[in-house]
Ligand binder design. Structure first.
Ligand code: FAD
Ligand code: MLT
Ligand code: ZN
Length: 467
């Protein structure tokens, strides 16, 4: 046993230092990155995390923070050097406090997102962060990636949902910023540095998160329409008719939907006829369900009359609504079953989304005739998952992967012409670390490096990620 291993064992106990069977920690969800850690350490308290980091700082051992390991950009996966220690917060999975007057919950960083949602519901509250990985991602990871998901339209990104943080700095010092304050103008708001930092500035050990009143009624509708432009018209119409009760608004292409029904035989498209595009939407309210149902029906009826949509199915009950959402939630997994494609997670001003899709489709078709974009995502907040599958006649899945950089260049340059972002919600991790150099200004990159150097002068906290 190495000296480092024996000292880590003294801190967390032998059962919590993993020395083999690294696969669940070392490989990412998409099986794109296969890292080789020195060890995996699983502290049980913030003090243990602090002691582990202090030891790593003393020995200049690089650390990779990890929560649920569902990230899509390789941020929580070690490199192949065999030198990096994964610090997993998975054991720290308790809800510490629910305050229904302050409308906050204090949680350890390893709490599973779904557990938090369920705990909030037990208290008649809502924690609105919602994404398909919610059964396995953990709040420390959600905060570190500033996760988005399907309800950003109404409640904002994770950044808007975090009120306080407790963080172990790369020095091993424990910063206790676990405050549940709605107002606090006492200088730089440090928590925002750690939100979305993808583990490069410290290890989040606990958080105070914001709760909302639980909605009493939700109406889910699956809508057929002609084009992304029509989806923007529908978005504007629905916002006008229903205001901030519009909670989710997801665009799905016909091809994207067909992959879900192909690979999940138990799931059926809610509408009988085919359509090039669909929208899945939720409208929720803390008042009467019958009144909401009527308002949604009227709004969609008007959209039909105005020729914005072809057809729609409104879920008659919660079960039907859930079935509609299962189609959306299984989109990522259905693409895994179909075979590898080239993923993009882009942000575009909402009003320009349709123009972007037309422009990017045309540029790709010119470069690769027969290319098959799988477009879907959170169009209500300007976030498109624009995944590109290979033309069937000239490429195989393997030869298509060699085009990765060129396709990225076409898509991301197109994003830049719309003043968009090459990562809307998944982050930079390892996947886009080189690419951001092309799209962020030298000034932005310099300030980011200065912040990193100020907080982590030894560069031990998730080195090689983000910058
Ligand atoms: P991990 O993967 O463990 O880590 C993610 C990053 O955070 C890494 O850089 C890691 O080093 C760092 N980190 C983890 N824990 C800590 C900590 N305690 N302190 C400091 N740094 C830490 N993302 C979205 O935004 N929206 C979606 O709709 C969405 N849908 C998804 C659907 C599927 C099927 C899958 C597989 C993923 C999806 N994701 C989505 C991506 C992923 O689930 C999110 O990025 C999630 O927030 C990651 O949480 P995690 O606990 O798995 O973090
Ligand atoms: C989603 O919205 O389903 C995710 O962000 C995952 C993906 O991009 O595949
Ligand atoms: Zn998404």
């Amino acid at each position: 046993m190495s000296d480092l291993q024996s000292r880590l064992t003294q801190i967390v106990g032998a059962a919590n230092v993993i020395t083999d069977d690294f696969a669940p920690y070392a490989n990412d969800w998409r099986k794109k990155y296969f890292g080789k850690p020195l060890l995996v350490v699983k502290p049980g308290t913030p003090e243990e995390v602090a002691a582990v980091v202090k030891l790593c700082a003393e020995t200049k051992t690089p650390i990779v923070p990890q929560a649920g390991n569902t990230g899509l950009v390789g941020g929580g996966v070690p490199d192949e050097s065999g030198h990096e220690v994964i610090v997993s917060v998975a054991r720290m999975d308790k809800v510490l406090e629910v305050d229904t007057i302050n409308n906050t919950m204090t949680v350890e960083a390893g709490c599973i997102l779904q557990t938090i949602q369920e705990k909030a519901a037990e208290h008649g509250r809502l924690f609105p962060l919602s994404l398909a990985a919610e059964g396995s991602c953990r709040i420390g990871g959600n905060i570190s990636t500033n996760a988005g998901g399907v309800q950003v339209l109404r409640y904002g990104n994770t950044r808007e949902l975090v009120m306080g943080l407790q963080v172990v700095l790369p020095s091993g010092e424990l910063w206790d910023g676990l405050r549940g304050l709605r107002k606090d103008n006492t200088g730089y708001d440090l928590k925002h540095l750690f939100i979305g930092a993808e583990g490069t500035l410290g290890i989040i050990t606990a958080a105070v998160i914001k709760l909302f009143p639980a909605p009493r009624a939700t109406q889910t509708a699956f809508i057929a329409l002609e084009s992304p432009q029509k989806s923007l018209e529908l978005l504007s119409h629905m916002k006008g008719a229903l205001g901030d009760r519009l909670t989710a608004f997801e665009l799905i292409s016909d091809f994207g939907l067909s992959l879900v029904t192909k690979h999940f035989k138990n799931l059926k498209a809610p509408l009988p006829q085919t359509s090039p595009w669909f929208v899945l939407t939720d409208v929720s309210d803390s008042r009467d369900a019958a009144a909401l149902a009527e308002e949604v029906e009227v709004a969609l009826g008007e959209a039909l009359e105005k020729g914005i949509i072809f057809d729609c199915a409104i879920a008659k009950n919660e079960t039907e609504g859930k079935r509609m959402w299962e189609l959306r939630e299984n989109m990522t997994e259905s693409q895994v079953h179909e075979g590898r494609n080239i993923k993009h997670d882009v942000s575009i001003p909402i009003s320009k989304m349709a123009e972007f899709i037309t422009a990017a489709d045309a540029q790709l078709e010119k470069a690769y005739p027969g290319v098959r974009p799988i477009s879907f995502g959170h169009v209500g907040d300007g976030n498109l998952h624009y995944n590109i599958a290979h033309p069937l006649d000239r490429f195989t899945e393997e030869s298509w992967m060699k085009e990765w950089e060129h396709i990225n260049l076409i898509v991301h340059d197109c994003v830049a012409t719309f003043n968009g972002s090459i990562s809307a919600e998944h982050g930079i991790g390892q996947l886009k670390r080189e690419e951001i150099k092309r799209y962020k200004s030298p000034l932005e990159l310099r300030v980011m490096r200065q912040i990193k150097a100020a907080i982590d002068p030894q560069n031990i906290m998730n080195p090689g990620k983000v910058i």
